[in-house]
Structure formats: structure tokens, C-alpha cells
Design a protein around this ligand. Structure first.
Ligand code: BG6
Length: 466
């Protein structure tokens, strides 16, 4: 393990606009679906103030520089740039991101920009959201505005964050997709529209930013079978394809995976598409694959329809009848919030991605949420987070140095504490603590956690010190 990561490795960290910025209606910003969301779980905060990065961006960048980051992955809020999703541009929004990007660059931090992270403009949603093909065209216009305004300085672009999670169980992360009566068909129609939108953005990026690089950013996990029985292996294969490869195959190979297409046809839920769409998808070539990894997944096949029917709702949401049931893996430790921890699963996932696609890889999220506490001496002891990162980075190192996988950037979630998608402020992910509670905004001051100093050292030694 006493080796360094490759030269110029981009050590980074991540955030997303609606979870971090606040300023939800500041300076002409339009509403996004997250600003008008009604399904915020009881006892958890909304996203209106979040971590107040909109006002504190300058001091925040200073902290990122002190951490030693080489890259910073953040998302642009579509409705801050174009309040209604289409039409009029909000100059104040352009200025905000220009300032942020310039400040990052002044500290030699490479900006990595997600174009869309769960926060569709509300106006577009009212008009049918992603079920309406107009949203595809709106995304294309939005992407053009981004590339024209920021492309001279931003060279790494991510299209849509966790498209697969939005399609598979968007409700859990607070994204309710439109449904025109046939839920499965609607979801896959939305997926198709996102695929076309993504492809158009890829093509547009290559046209407007000749040295720009762009890729998708799904959430990818290795999938284990619960037992060695053939039927569970069958289920884990289904899950791997439905959860992971369906999305990336379309983006990288330019065609839909036939296992999922057959499934949809058998369910009378095949989405509509035409040759023009498929040509656009086929011609768009991503430069890399970015992905979020938190843990592996494990699957079994329910032994009967009755078994499936009797699953608790949360589990049913994560499972697909006659295809797979996602289950807990007793071999793995859990976080305070019950998420599984699987560092070797990280390496497995990297190996599978590399083996299948052979494209450079970037990690856009990886991390652990917990109940951090600001002590009387203003320190935050998050040893458990250090342990999580250490074990994952060891596996990443092996993947790069022993498996020879081309991974060029690691951007853990998250740089700062922010509002979780559905578990509030109390579920903290950051290297930097933000002093607020669920409903008490306090002073929103920033404090460095123990993991901040640890990660800084890792970056300084380019991974040697792991
Ligand atoms: C990913 C998302 O799903 O995981 C982030 O891209 C999210 O937006 C992160 O915050 C952690 O999930 P959660 O639900 O704990 O916030």
C-alpha cells in the first residue's frame, strides 16, 4: 500500500445545488421541484436555506482550498439559470456560477459540474416534466447556455445525476416522476427522454467545447446473489442489468439492453421512441463514466408471488416482481443510518465497470452519513468516517495500481454538511461541519471535522499515507 496514486489524480469532493446552496428564491431564481416539494419526511428540514452556500460561497471555496482539493464537483441549479426551465435567462444566476468557478480556478481547483441533480424547474414539471418531450428540448437549450457561458473554464461535465435511482425508486430520494396511468411505461418513457436529453447534451458539449469532456453519473453497485442457488444468481443478474447496465449500455453502446426491453414488452409497458432519437443516442459518445458508489447490493428471487406481495413497502419499492428482490446483506456492517458498508464491493464495482466499458472512470460520490456532534472545544470526532474512507481508498488504490483501471478522480460525498435527500440535516456527510440543526439555523458557521485533517493529508501525499 506504500505507493502513490497516479500523478495529477483529481482529489475532490462533492455537493449538489439544492442540498447545499439555499437561496431558493434569491435574485430571480425560479422554483425547482425540490423547492415546492410536499413529501419531505416529517422531522426533516426543507431545502430553502440548506447550508447557505449561496451567501457563503467565497469562504467555502477558501476551505476547499485549505483542504487541498484538486477538483470540486458541484451542480448547477437549472432554475437559477433559467427560472422557468425555458426562456428567459437569469443573469444573476450566471454571475453566481461565474464567480464560483473563477474563485475555484484561482485556487487551482478543477470544477466538475453536474448539469442536473434532482432539481427540475417546477414550471417544466407542471407541463408534464420528463414525460413531455419538450423537457428534452428544454434541457438541450439549457445545456447550450451552460456550455457557452462556462465552457471556457469548465472542462468536465456530468449530465444527469443518478438517473437510474430516479427511475428505479425516485420516491425514496424525493423525486416523484410523472405517471400517465401505466406507471412502468411512464417511468421508462421518462428514462428514454432523459437518455435523449443526455445524448443531445453530450453532442452539444463536444461541439461547443472542443477540449471539454462529458459523461453520465449514475449510481452503480456490484450486485451479489443471496445464495448460490441458480435462481438467486438469475435474480442478481437481472438486478445488475436493470439497475446498472441498462443505463450505461444505452449511453456508451448507443442501444438499449435487450433484457430490459423484453421485460417491458412482456409487461405491455414498452416506451415509445423513434429512429431519430436512437440515432442521437448512438452518435453521442461519452468521454468517461462517472458514478456514485455507497455500497454493493444483494438480490434474491422471491419464491412466490405471495412472498413478493407481502414485502414491506420500502423493500417492494427497491424490488421488481419476477425479476429480483433487493435484500440486506448480513455479511456487511451498517452505518448509523442502516446503509451497508462494503469497501471490497467498491473495487468489484470498478472492475466490472472497467471490464464492460473500458472508459476512464471518475467517482462522483462515495461517503458515509452519520450523527456528527460539535463538541465544546469546537472539534468534531468522526473517526468512523475516516475508517470508511480509508477502507474505500485502499480498494481504489488496488483497483488503480493492481488492476490497472483508469480512474482519474475521486469526489466523495460531501465536502460540507448539507441536507440529505430524505433524512434531513442530522444525517451529516461532510468533511466540514455546518452549524445548524434540522429546524434551528443557528449561525451556519463552518468547522473542520477530524476527517478534514485526515483527507488533507491523504491529498498532500497523493494517497501514499493511507
Ligand atoms: C446520492 C445523491 O443518492 O446519495 C445525493 O446523489 C445524496 O444527492 C446522496 O445526498 C446520499 O443520500 P442521502 O439520501 O443520504 O442524502
Amino acid at each position: 500500500m506504500k505507493k502513490k496514486f497516479p500523478d495529477n489524480f483529481l482529489w475532490g469532493a462533492s455537493t449538489s445545488a439544492y442540498q447545499f446552496e439555499g437561496g431558493y428564491n434569491a435574485d430571480g431564481k425560479g422554483m425547482s421541484i425540490q423547492d415546492v416539494r410536499t413529501n419531505i419526511p416529517e422531522g426533516t428540514s426543507d431545502f430553502k436555506v440548506a447550508s447557505d452556500h449561496y451567501n457563503k460561497w467565497k469562504e467555502d471555496v477558501k476551505l476547499l482550498a485549505e483542504l487541498g482539493l484538486k477538483s470540486y464537483r458541484f451542480s448547477i441549479s437549472w432554475s437559477r439559470i433559467i427560472p422557468d426551465g425555458v426562456g428567459k435567462i437569469n443573469e444573476a444566476g450566471i454571475n453566481f456560477y461565474n464567480d464560483l468557478i473563477n474563485e475555484l480556478i484561482s485556487f487551482n481547483i478543477t470544477p466538475i459540474v453536474t448539469m442536473y441533480h434532482f432539481d427540475l424547474p417546477h414550471k417544466l414539471n407542471i407541463n408534464g416534466g420528463w414525460l413531455n418531450y419538450d423537457t428534452v428540448n428544454a434541457f438541450e437549450c439549457y445545456s447550450k447556455i451552460l456550455f457557452e457561458n462556462f465552457g471556457d473554464r469548465v472542462k468536465y461535465w456530468l449530465t444527469i445525476n443518478e438517473q437510474n435511482i430516479m427511475i428505479l425508486f425516485g420516491e425514496i430520494v424525493g423525486v416523484n416522476l410523472p405517471d400517465n396511468g401505466n406507471k412502468v411505461k411512464s417511468l421508462y418513457q421518462v428514462n428514454h427522454h432523459m437518455m435523449v436529453a443526455q445524448a443531445k447534451a453530450i453532442n452539444m458539449c463536444h461541439k461547443i467545447i472542443p477540449d471539454g469532456k462529458i459523461g453520465p453519473a449514475p449510481n452503480i453497485s456490484s450486485v451479489y446473489a443471496e445464495t448460490s442457488s441458480p435462481i438467486d444468481n438469475f435474480a442478481s443478474f437481472n438486478m445488475r442489468v436493470m439497475r446498472n447496465w441498462f443505463y450505461l449500455d444505452t449511453c456508451v453502446f448507443g442501444k438499449y439492453n435487450s433484457l430490459v426491453i423484453n421485460y417491458l414488452k412482456n409487461k405491455n409497458s414498452m416506451f415509445e421512441y423513434n429512429d431519430e432519437d436512437m440515432n442521437i443516442i448512438k452518435n453521442a459518445k461519452p468521454d468517461f463514466i462517472a458514478f456514485n458508489y455507497y455500497a454493493s447490493a444483494t438480490a434474491k428471487m422471491p419464491r412466490s408471488d405471495k412472498d413478493f406481495d407481502e414485502l414491506p413497502d420500502q423493500q417492494k419499492l427497491k424490488s421488481v416482481r419476477n425479476m429480483y428482490q433487493q435484500i440486506k446483506n448480513d455479511n456487511l456492517q451498517k452505518t448509523e443510518f442502516g446503509w451497508e458498508i462494503d469497501p471490497l464491493g467498491f473495487r468489484n464495482t470498478l472492475r466490472e465497470l472497467w471490464d464492460r466499458y473500458n472508459l476512464p472512470l471518475m467517482i462522483t460520490e462515495n461517503g458515509i452519513g452519520g450523527y456528527d456532534k460539535l463538541n465544546d472545544d469546537f472539534k468534531i470526532n468522526d473517526e468512523y468516517r475516516i475508517d470508511y474512507y480509508k477502507k474505500h481508498l485502499e480498494q481504489l488504490k488496488l483497483a488503480i495500481l493492481e488492476d490497472n483501471i483508469n480512474v482519474f478522480s475521486y469526489n466523495p460525498w460531501s465536502a460540507f454538511d448539507l441536507v440529505s435527500t430524505h433524512e434531513g440535516v442530522k444525517k451529516r456527510y461532510g468533511f466540514i461541519y455546518v452549524n445548524r440543526d434540522e429546524f434551528d439555523l443557528k449561525d451556519l458557521k463552518r468547522y473542520k471535522k477530524d476527517s478534514f485533517y485526515w483527507y488533507k493529508k491523504i491529498i498532500e501525499t497523493n494517497g501514499f499515507e493511507l
